[in-house]
Structures are given as structure tokens and as C-alpha cells.
Design a binder for this molecule. Structure first.
Ligand SMILES: NC(=O)c1ccc[n+]([C@@H]2O[C@H](COP(=O)([O-])OP(=O)(O)OC[C@H]3O[C@@H](n4cnc5c(N)ncnc54)[C@H](OP(=O)(O)O)[C@@H]3O)[C@@H](O)[C@H]2O)c1
Length: 266
């Protein structure tokens, strides 16, 4: 399976590194190209991928083409380059670019896949959501699952659900980083060393969410296990609810999903 990356920045390199680290493909099956050559040189150094001399050459010599440049550059793919993708699988991680806009650029590809990955992919702990343009063949589904497994876990959704999924898995890392940052700042203000507070917040987050996954229990059950009547956790949760946390999460999810819809229409 030969894979060509157009765009070799943070996300492209995370995928390529994962593919090689997990043995999905060998370094000599990878090619890349980037705008200035900076990203592709870095990918080549990190993974052993070959740097292609042109996009057309890369597309011609690859079975799967991964689009990992900025979303606004999709239309810089020329008709001639797109023709070279005839009968091939094109996988895009371009945020907000719909399957329809990919189809307009690559009308003759065998199938198109739109993926929303996230940054923990850099350490193999990513979660991706994705959708196909056409019902995939078994081989196409297996290939995409293998490629995305190099980043972590992946879940297929229908394209309309990708806006909300994006808020959860695409934006999610920023949400958890912000929570950890706010908790450590609040603790620091009250006399706990900031670095220790960040460590406690991060480890507690990891441990709690791992418990949620491993136990397969409802979050409310696990909350009930921590809370005692009129205790400290009760005071924390009551204060969060009184100050509107449920409404904040609900409205911010809506605002971000609306922005995702807006971006996909521009
Ligand atoms: N980072 C995230 O959390 C995240 C999450 C989900 C989706 N994504 C998507 O992933 C894509 C890449 O993001 P990133 O964070 O990896 O960006 P990035 O680090 O800025 O990398 C962009 C890459 O694209 C190359 N490039 C720019 N214009 C190009 C063109 N016309 N043709 C070919 N290559 C071109 C750049 O070349 P040089 O290296 O030579 O400058 C660079 O290698 C974006 O579409 C983004 O929406 C990112």
C-alpha cells in the first residue's frame, strides 16, 4: 500500500509517523510533498518518506492520497493532478471541506474519505471521526481503518453528524487543555504550586476518563460514588450547576457546531 501525503505539517507527520511506528507500511511506501519543502523535509527525516518532485508524480505513484494541507488550498489541485488520482482513494483531513467539494476537485477518484482527526494523534492516542463519499468496498474500509489506526481509534459517522463530532473530538483537546489550565490557575491562586496543580489536574482527568471507559458505567453512577451529602464534591458540583455549567456546555457546543457548518459552506 503506497501512501502519498500532500501537505506534511503537524497532522500529516502525525499520520506518517503513526503508519511507520505501527508497521502499517514501510518508509519506502511513503511519499510526501509540501509547499516550501520545509514540512516534507521534516517528514522525510522523521519517517524515511521520499520527497516527491511534483504533486502529479506523488499521486501517480500512490494508491492512497492523503490531503493534509490547509483547507483553503484544496482548489490549488490542478485538473491534471486530479486526473492522476483516477481510481485511487483520496483521504482528506481538511477541516470543514465537504465530500462534495472534494468530489468537485477529484471527480474520478475511486472513493473519497473525509476525516476529522485530533492532536493527541501525535502520541497515538487520537480519536478520528470520518465518512465516505460512497459506500466503501470491504478493501477500502479496511484500508481506511488501518490508516486511521495509526493515529488511535476511529469512528464512522454520516457527514451531517461530522459538525457535532468535530466539536467533541476535533476541538475536544483544546477544551480539556483549557479545563486543566483553569483548574491549575484556580488552585495556584489558593496556594498550591501551579506545576503540581497542573499535574494533579491532568492525572485526575486521565484516571477518571479511563475509569469511565474501563467500567462502562454511566457517568452519573461514577459521580454518585464521589459525592457525599453536603460534602466537598457536592459543594463543587452545586456551585458549577448554579453558575450555569450545563447551559455553558450546551450553548458552546451549538456555537462551535454552527461555526463548523458556516465554514463548510464558505
Ligand atoms: N492540527 C489539528 O488539530 C487538526 C485537526 C483536524 C484537522 N486538521 C487539518 O489538518 C490539515 C493540516 O493541518 P496542520 O495542523 O498539519 O497544518 P500545518 O502544520 O500548517 O501544515 C500544513 C502543510 O501544508 C503544506 N502546504 C501549504 N500549502 C500547500 C499547497 N498548496 N500544496 C501542498 N502543500 C501545502 C505546508 O507546506 P510547508 O511545510 O512547506 O510549509 C505544510 O506542510 C488542515 O487542513 C487542518 O484543517 C488539523
Amino acid at each position: 500500500m503506497k501512501i502519498g501525503f500532500i501537505g506534511a505539517g503537524n497532522m500529516g507527520r502525525a499520520i506518517a509517523n503513526g503508519l511507520v511506528a505501527k508497521g502499517v507500511c514501510s518508509a519506502d511506501a511513503l511519499q510526501c510533498i509540501s509547499a516550501s519543502g520545509k514540512g516534507s523535509a521534516k517528514m522525510a527525516e522523521q519517517t524515511g518518506a521520499k520527497v516527491a518532485s511534483s504533486k502529479r508524480e506523488l499521486i501517480e505513484q500512490s494508491d492512497i492520497i492523503v490531503l493534509a494541507f490547509k483547507p483553503q488550498h484544496l482548489e490549488t489541485i490542478t485538473e491534471e493532478e486530479a486526473k492522476a488520482a483516477t481510481g485511487k482513494l483520496v483521504v482528506s483531513v481538511l477541516a470543514g471541506r465537504t465530500l462534495a467539494s472534494m468530489k468537485a476537485v477529484f471527480p474520478d477518484a475511486a472513493n473519497l474519505v473525509r476525516v476529522m482527526p485530533n492532536t493527541p494523534s501525535q502520541i497515538g492516542k487520537g480519536v478520528s471521526t470520518y465518512c465516505f463519499e460512497q459506500a466503501p468496498s470491504e478493501a477500502q474500509k479496511k484500508t481506511v481503518d488501518e490508516v486511521l489506526a495509526s493515529l488511535g481509534t476511529s469512528y464512522e459517522v454520516v457527514e451531517d453528524q461530522l459538525h457535532v463530532a468535530t466539536v467533541i473530538n476535533g476541538c475536544g483537546p483544546a477544551f480539556y487543555f483549557r479545563i486543566a489550565q483553569l483548574i491549575s490557575e484556580a488552585a495556584d491562586k489558593r496556594g498550591l504550586d501551579k506545576n503540581l496543580a497542573l499535574q494533579l489536574a491532568a492525572e485526575t482527568g486521565i484516571g477518571s476518563l479511563e475509569l469511565l471507559m474501563a467500567s462502562k458505567r454511566d457517568p452519573q453512577d461514577l459521580i454518585d460514588e464521589v459525592v457525599s451529602p453536603n460534602g466537598v464534591t457536592h459543594a463543587l458540583l452545586t456551585s458549577l450547576d448554579r453558575q450555569g455549567l450545563p447551559a455553558i456546555i450546551d450553548q458552546s457546543t451549538q456555537d462551535a457546531a454552527d461555526r463548523s457548518i458556516e465554514l463548510s459552506q464558505s
